[in-house]
Design a protein around this ligand. Structure first.
Ligand code: GDP
Length: 363
């Protein structure tokens, strides 16, 4: 069964705009010995008439976007810049010549990974870059990033069908938040978006996605908790075709009883997309929490093997001082980071541009 859900139009949009609830009058306390002996109570002041509840403004789906502060790469990278990069600069600009061993250690501590850090320093040393050691490291880091079309966006590969984005990753990495941000982003540019709540394993996942669908004012297809996730995706695709929607973004489970269980489920969902929309070539985005460092890399490899990832969303970049995972993951999987998450707000998802990234890092 398919259930569409959409924000009620009369609901107030901005958090905190709700009128204060009027407190219930306190229950009269049961009489005790001390109250029985107390002097006559003074009659209470008459309660002032509650102020009339202000009429709610008509619902404006774009209001949330307008008030949400937009994250920037500069602020999102502040911790990494003042942590990893400041330290690197100290060792590279040492008065007695660069301290390459320390540079290597700093890169390893910054989540680049040991093998890659050793290779990278060796290549940087050999470069004898006229710009100096910092320019050499910067150029070698930039060279690790996969070439891409920076104006990328999910596009339909099937006539009359929507573009399909399958969002995968481990719970807690920011999958739901990312889907919400993506929905708001594309809905904000006039595309009709439908969310598919295919993480049916956790009831809370459906509820959380609903909150984001609400914020982005997009419809969501959901079944009951425990339902077949493939059926949810199938229905969402059906709905998208019937309504001529531009984009379906599907959430998926991030943890099942076993890893093979999880991977089987994802493979099945992929199969359903191929069956309902042959040739749809879904964009399969892996959500990686930047604060998990090299562990995240192992997760990414497992997901890549199971479903064939096409892109990465690196979340919580604002919360780590070790932004090196960007380089490590692109180098390891040769898959582009499509977006970076730099905060919890709806505007805190930025398209990833390698040049701008390296520039902001070394600003
Ligand atoms: P899920 O379990 O993978 O769906 O994860 P959620 O979307 O529920 O996110 C888990 C937590 O991470 C929430 O508190 C989010 O607000 C937070 N979060 C998600 N993305 C970002 C980000 O880019 N930066 C920060 N600082 N927090 C984020």
């Amino acid at each position: 069964m398919m259930a569409f859900w959409r924000r009620r139009r009369e609901e107030p949009e901005v958090k905190g705009a709700e009128p204060e609830p009027i407190p219930e009058p306190a229950e009269p306390a049961a009489e005790s010995l001390s109250t029985a002996l107390a002097p006559e109570p003074v009659p209470p002041e008459p309660t002032p008439e509650p102020e009339a509840t202000p009429a709610l403004a008509p619902f404006d789906p774009t209001a949330f976007l307008a008030v949400a502060p937009e994250g920037s790469l500069d602020t999102g990278l502040e911790k990494t810049r003042t942590g990893l990069v400041t330290q690197l600069r100290g060792y590279l600009g040492n008065a007695d010549g660069p301290q390459w061993d320390e540079v290597e250690e700093t890169l390893i501590a910054g989540d680049i990974g040991a093998v890659l850090a050793i290779d990278l320093v060796e290549r940087a040393r050999k470069r004898r870059d006229p710009g100096g050691p910092e320019a050499a490291i910067r150029a070698e880091l930039a060279a690790l990033l996969v070439k891409r079309d920076v104006d990328w966006e999910p596009r339909s590969a099937v006539d009359g069908g929507p573009a399909v984005v399958l969002v995968v990753g481990v719970n807690g990495t920011g999958k739901t938040t990312t889907i919400g941000k993506l929905a708001a982003r594309y809905a904000g540019t006039g595309r009709s978006v439908i969310l598919a709540a295919a993480d049916t394993f956790r009831a809370a996942a459906i509820d959380q996605l609903r909150i984001w669908a609400d914020r982005a004012a997009v419809p969501m297809v959901a079944h009951a908790p425990g339902a077949d996730p493939g059926a949810v995706v199938f229905d969402a695709l059906d709905a998208a075709v019937a309504r001529g929607a531009d984009l379906v973004i599907a959430d998926t489970a991030g943890r099942l009883h076993t890893r093979s269980n999880l991977m089987d489920e994802l493979t099945k969902v992929r199969g359903i997309i191929d069956k309902r929309l042959p040739g749809a070539a879904p964009e399969t985005l892996f959500v990686l929490d930047a604060t998990t460092g090299q562990n995240g890399l192992a997760q990414a490899r497992a997901f890549h093997q199971a479903v064939g990832l096409t892109g990465i969303v690196l979340t919580k970049l604002d919360s780590t001082a070790k932004g090196g995972i960007v380089f490590a993951i692109e180098d390891a999987l040769k898959i582009p980071v499509r977006f970076v998450g730099v905060g919890e707000g709806v505007g805190d998802l930025l398209p990833f541009d390698p040049e701008a990234f390296v520039e902001a890092l070394f600003a």
